[in-house]
Design a protein around this ligand. Structure first.
Ligand SMILES: NC(=O)c1ccc[n+]([C@@H]2O[C@H](COP(=O)([O-])OP(=O)(O)OC[C@H]3O[C@@H](n4cnc5c(N)ncnc54)[C@H](OP(=O)(O)O)[C@@H]3O)[C@@H](O)[C@H]2O)c1
Length: 265
């Protein structure tokens, strides 16, 4: 493995993809600040990382990404302890099924607050330091679900589309500043988030493989990291297909299914 001297701030490190990313970064020599709400899990992870690589610098930072002040404080602490942040990895995220007949805007607010605003708070906290140093990489974990609004996932798809679009603007705004912006758009990854899904998840991949692809993509300076390509490329092409046709096909595929699920059927 190549040696990375990167100093990484990683949200959503206590489980799934974030846990795998922390292991991948540390295995390659990076220093990592682990941010999530479940402190005990972060401590166990920190102990495992340091046991595997005693020279590793690993910070445990309990907190909620919806808490703007706490995010700012944690980023500042990481900057002070590491001497700066090279990679800001905005991975914390949640998802839940959404049924229009039981319309719940609280769920929409919760998902947008974590998946979109939580990432925005991270960028707000870390960007000044990166701009001052003239270098840094902002990596946002969006989803292939951002490509179109998929059924029963309106808040999740909207939150990931908001993040992807925000990063798209930022990438251009920051061109020439030394700060790069990367959007990660994965297909299905086996994590506690997807363990709850009862629908088929084509090309489901292990979190370790996904983490490797993401770190490889950052090393190679990609602007977008999407995988597995046999799923993400066809899905991206859906953008070019007339919306009315996609709506009809999705409705036919799912005919009545989401309504039946809503009623417990
Ligand atoms: N799994 C997939 O198929 C897939 C596909 C595309 C994109 N993604 C994205 O990948 C990211 C990681 O998801 P995952 O699959 O690894 O899910 P996961 O295992 O449920 O992990 C989610 C992580 O986010 C953290 N988190 C949730 N709410 C938080 C909050 N309010 N403040 C701080 N941290 C919070 C959780 O930690 P705490 O609960 O300890 O706070 C946990 O560490 C998400 O953004 C997800 O949308 C996943």
């Amino acid at each position: 493995m190549e040696g990375l001297s990167w100093r990484v701030w990683l949200s959503g490190a206590s489980s799934g993809l974030g846990d795998a990313l922390a292991r991948e970064f540390v295995a390659r020599g990076a220093s990592v600040a682990l941010f999530a709400r479940r402190e005990e899990r972060l401590k166990v992870l920190r102990d495992e990382l340091v046991a595997a690589r005693p020279e590793a610098r690993v910070l445990v930072q309990p907190g909620d990404v919806r808490d703007r002040a706490r995010v700012r404080e944690a980023v500042r602490e990481a900057e002070e302890r590491f001497g700066g942040i090279d990679v800001l990895l905005l991975n914390a995220g949640i998802g839940d099924s959404f049924f229009p007949r039981k319309f719940d805007s609280e769920l929409v607010e919760r998902i947008l607050a974590v998946n979109f605003l939580g990432a925005v708070y991270g960028i707000e906290a870390a960007l000044p330091g990166m701009l001052a140093r003239g270098s840094g990489v902002i990596v946002g974990v969006s989803s292939i679900g951002a490509v179109r609004g998929f059924p029963t996932a309106a808040p999740y798809c909207a939150s990931k589309a908001a993040l992807a679009t925000f990063l798209e603007s930022l990438r251009v705004d920051l061109a020439g500043s030394g700060v790069r912006v990367i959007t990660v758009s994965p297909g299905f990854i086996k994590t506690p988030l997807t363990d709850r899904n009862r629908f088929p998840m084509p090309f489901l991949q292990p979190a370790e493989r996904a983490a490797r692809r993401i770190v490889d993509g950052i090393v190679r300076g990609r602007r977008e990291i999407h995988f597995p390509r046999r799923l993400t490329v066809p899905l991206k092409l859906l953008r070019c297909v007339p919306g009315a046709l996609v709506d009809r096909v999705l409705a036919r595929l799912l005919r009545g299914k989401s309504y039946r699920k809503e009623r417990g059927g």
